[in-house]
Design a protein around this ligand. Structure first.
Ligand code: BG6
Length: 487
């Protein structure tokens, strides 16, 4: 579909997300000529800047990003504007409305407006209400879309009440809940791998698959975000949204067609099949950890509790390991093991599908079972491990691999997740955005964990640069399974 001319209004314009992600993504789309000829970006926040000062502030970030074309950058900046308002004060929205109208008229835009909430979550219900107070939610003269960043609520109850407050002023089809993992090329490719290749799909079930691993590892600690992170933890920051969305891509049924409704219907169906966690699961299939002070390559890294903004008695988890099941025909009895954490040995996100052993061992030394490794990032690619006869006498088998790297597609450059999602927002394509029922299904699943964490629970320390608490290894070893330890 075509991209309409539009005004992109970013609330939280002086914040980190706008500067590090949104503006650079919009700039790259502009350079690649993917944006319409006329468009405007209006930054909104409380701080006072002139348009010029706002542009200079943003340019600094883009410049540090990549080799840039000065001339194009200057032209891009002509599309950037700034408006200071107190976002919590409804009276300031008249000013905002006037500014948007003026930009629309000057730039000959068609009153299509994208409101992007890149603000702290406490403003997610306030801003839409105030926009509605001045009629900026009405689609009489052009579309009005509302983009909500994660976290969408902090538990099931708050997610439901956030929905209710948004629905007072916007309709579901105007609301786009971002989960940037769905914007990753490699996450989307899981659908093509599964549904456009007849060799995988017949094996993609509990008859042939032994277990599935999903890893979202990060080498960094919480950096400057201790204040936010401590109220969130790995469970809300990564597992409830990103990892469960990845699980949905691995486990969903084929949609009849790829469009927003069909895709999101299948996503929600599989998320609603996540087997509810029992008390026994919480005690035995869940591992929570927190990084402790440690020496890594001769450098002393602080404990999580010593990070800026983190209380020194914090019980927030920086690591989660979890074994879950999906209660449906395809996945009955197949364990899915998830892990995510900060300060692990490396940054890697991957899915590993472990196939079952052959039914009868014919050779004295068999190769390990087949596995399919879907590398989401970095070094995006897919690897299939299979057995080959060890050359020479006898019939021993050893593991070798067929390996595909996206970097081999020389002529193709991958869009970043935000580039892809911003384009879809401007097109009005909601396929890669989380629908309300899917978000609720995810909260529904993790809610027992959040409740469990309100009481006393074991929190295991782990040294930075390791793969998390030893209990996470035991979780798999108990079932005769093993994590892959990618380097
Ligand atoms: C964000 C989390 O949503 O995802 C961060 O808040 C995390 O804590 C980040 O680092 C990971 O995203 P990516 O794309 O780098 O894997």
């Amino acid at each position: 579909s075509v991209i309409d001319t539009s005004c992109i209004v970013i609330f939280g314009a002086s914040g980190d997300l706008t500067q590090r992600m949104l503006i650079p993504a919009l700039y790259h789309l502009y350079v690649d000529q993917k944006l319409p000829k006329s468009f405007a970006i209006l930054g909104v926040s409380r701080s006072i800047y002139s348009d010029q000062a706002f542009r200079s502030k943003l340019i600094k970030n883009i410049k540090s990003d990549k080799k840039i074309n000065e001339e194009l950058l200057n032209k891009f900046c002509e599309h950037l504007f700034y408006q200071a308002i107190n976002t919590s004060d409804v009276n300031d929205y008249t000013l905002l409305k006037k500014r948007i109208s003026r930009i629309n008229a000057d730039r000959e835009l068609k009153n299509n407006t994208l409101f992007y909430l890149a603000t702290p979550p406490s403003l997610y219900s306030v801003i839409p209400e105030h926009l509605a107070a001045v009629g900026l939610n009405e689609e009489t003269d052009g579309w009005k879309r509302l983009v909500v960043e994660k976290p969408f609520g902090s538990d099931l109850k708050s997610a439901v009440s956030l929905d209710e407050s948004l629905y007072r002023h916007f309709q579901e089809q105007q609301i786009y809940r971002i989960d940037h993992y769905l914007g990753k090329e490699t996450v989307q490719n899981m659908l093509v791998l599964r549904f456009a290749n007849s060799i995988f799909e017949p094996l993609w079930n509990g008859r042939y698959i032994d277990y599935v691993e999903v890893t979202g590892a990060e080498a960094l600690g919480v950096e400057q975000r201790g204040g936010y992170y401590d109220g969130s933890g790995a469970m809300r920051d990564m597992l409830q949204n990103h990892l469960l969305q990845v699980i949905a891509m691995v486990a969903m049924e084929p949609p009849a067609v790829i469009n927003a409704k069909s895709m999101r219907d299948e996503v929600v169906k599989v998320l609603q099949c996540l087997k509810p966690l029992s008390q026994d699961d919480l005690e035995n299939n869940l591992v929570l950890g927190q990084y402790i002070q440690s020496q890594v390559r001769g450098k002393c890294l602080p404990a999580y509790r010593e990070e800026e903004g983190v209380p020194n008695n914090s019980r927030t988890e920086t690591y989660v390991g979890l074994k879950l099941f999906i209660n449906n025909w395809r996945w009955d009895g197949v364990p899915f093991y998830l892990r995510t954490g900060k300060r692990l040995p490396t940054r890697v996100t991957e899915v590993v599908i472990h196939f079952k052993k052959t039914p009868h061992p014919v050779f004295s030394a068999d190769a390990p079972e087949n596995k399919l490794i879907i590398r989401i990032q970095p070094d995006e690619g897919i690897m299939l491990g299979f057995g080959l006869k060890e050359p020479g006498a006898g019939f021993d088998a050893k593991e070798v691999a067929m390996d595909f790297h996206y970097s081999d597609l020389k002529e193709t450059e991958l869009l970043t997740a935000y580039e892809r999602l911003l384009l879809d927002l401007l097109k009005g394509d909601a396929t890669l955005f989380a629908r309300s029922d899917a978000v609720r299904a995810c909260w529904d699943f993790v809610q027992p964990i959040l409740d469990y964490q309100k009481k006393s629970f074991p929190l295991h320390g782990y040294a930075s640069g390791t793969w998390g608490p030893i209990e996470a290894e035991k979780l798999l070893n108990r079932d005769n399974h093993e994590w892959r330890f990618p380097c």
